[in-house]
Design a protein around this ligand. Structure first.
Ligand SMILES: Cc1cc2nc3c(=O)[nH]c(=O)nc-3n(C[C@H](O)[C@H](O)[C@H](O)COP(=O)(O)O)c2cc1C
Length: 333
């Protein structure tokens, strides 16, 4: 039987969760990852000030469909009063938890004092968390952070403890510094130190791409849940592989045909969920199509062609051509 963990009163299998990824992990992506066994999902980050001042994108970003659950809505902001107002708005969408982004490294976000900039001001970060916890009532609040701002300020353990004291029900740690952005490797010793520092569940994020790296994350950090971001690009199967392992079940990787079928299913989902005409919705599907073709003979050329797709029929034809090529080379999976 797969172990579980609890965040507030929600129970989550201890397999692997889908990481929040702005511009990538939208509803179609979350649905695909949940279908293949992601333990939970998180929305793309939502600006607290943005939704307080304008409700233009709120429904698109915050609506949760049943199959995406358990799902959290992630807020970013640095002003406790705006965060509180934003919580009132997002609670209408009934999230299973509310996550606060204290890890985003991009200048547009840190320039406003939000995201990983909060790691430079532990008192303000605590006030933000306390205000969200107060406004969220029974809904658990989690905080996603990095190791620290820079190599000379690895403060995640004390920072996580402060968030626990402010009422957080769990913390997620992407163990790179803000200065690293996405370069280098995640330092799992930082997640292990956070695990020692707090009693609440710790979610480990960074460089988990398959079963082996997931087991490494659990083994080296003792974290309560592993989280997968980029390793799920064109690869929702990674969640199936990990869930099968913990359930003691056999796992067979998908064949090329199966991968292409899933790619087309993902594209159909993007098209059906988009309000845009096919040609424009296909723009959103292009990068996903390219990711599903990664790692095969001739991938680079096919990926280039994915970025020219304008219709679903073209995607179908490209998938057929790709499958034939792999078959002619004797590629099995
Ligand atoms: C394209 C992209 C968008 C991301 N957007 C968010 C976000 O909105 N909120 C957040 O907390 N982290 C975000 N992240 C960070 C991921 O959640 C994750 O912590 C990080 O990518 C490390 O995990 P990985 O090595 O499994 O990708 C993003 C990462 C990527 C690559």
């Amino acid at each position: 039987m797969t172990d579980t963990l609890r965040i507030g009163n929600i129970t989550i299998p201890k397999t692997a969760a889908l990481a929040p990824m702005a511009g990538v992990a939208d509803r179609a992506y979350r649905l695909m990852c949940r279908k293949y066994g992601a333990a939970m999902t998180v929305s793309e980050m939502v600006s607290a000030k943005g939704i307080v001042y304008s409700d233009r994108k709120t429904a698109e970003l915050c609506t949760i469909t049943e199959p995406e659950r358990p799902m959290g809505i992630q807020l970013f902001g640095s002003e406790p009063e705006f965060m509180e107002k934003a919580v009132d708005i997002v609670l209408e969408y009934c999230p299973d938890f509310i996550d606060i982004n204290m890890g985003c490294p991009v200048p547009k976000v840190v320039g406003t004092g939000a995201g990983s900039a909060l790691m430079k001001d532990i008192d303000l970060a605590s006030a933000v968390t306390a205000s969200v916890v107060k406004a969220a009532g029974d809904v658990p609040v989690t905080v996603k952070m990095r190791s620290g701002w820079s190599a000379d300020s690895i403060i995640a353990p004390e920072f996580a403890k402060a968030m626990e004291d402010a009422g957080a029900a769990a913390v997620a740690v992407h163990s790179r510094t803000r200065d690293q952005f996405y370069s280098g490797y995640a330092d799992y010793s930082v997640i292990a130190a956070v695990k020692q520092a707090v009693k609440i569940p710790v979610i480990g994020s960074g460089d988990v791409t398959d079963l082996n790296s997931c087991l490494k994350m659990y083994g080296e950090t003792g974290c309560d849940l592993a989280m997968i971001g980029r390793g799920s690009y064109g690869n929702p199967f990674v969640f199936q592989e990990i869930a099968a392992h913990f359930a003691g079940e056999d796992y067979t990787p998908p064949t090329v045909e199966e991968k292409m079928e899933v790619m087309l299913e993902h594209i159909r989902l993007i098209l059906s969920l988009s309000a845009k005409p096919e040609e424009f919705a296909m723009h959103e599907a292009r990068k996903h199509a390219a990711w599903y073709m990664n790692g095969y003979y001739g991938s680079a050329k096919f990926r280039g062609r994915c970025y020219q797709l304008e219709t679903y029929a073209q995607a179908q034809a490209l998938a057929e051509e790709f499958t034939s090529l792999q078959r002619s080379r004797g590629t099995l999976c």
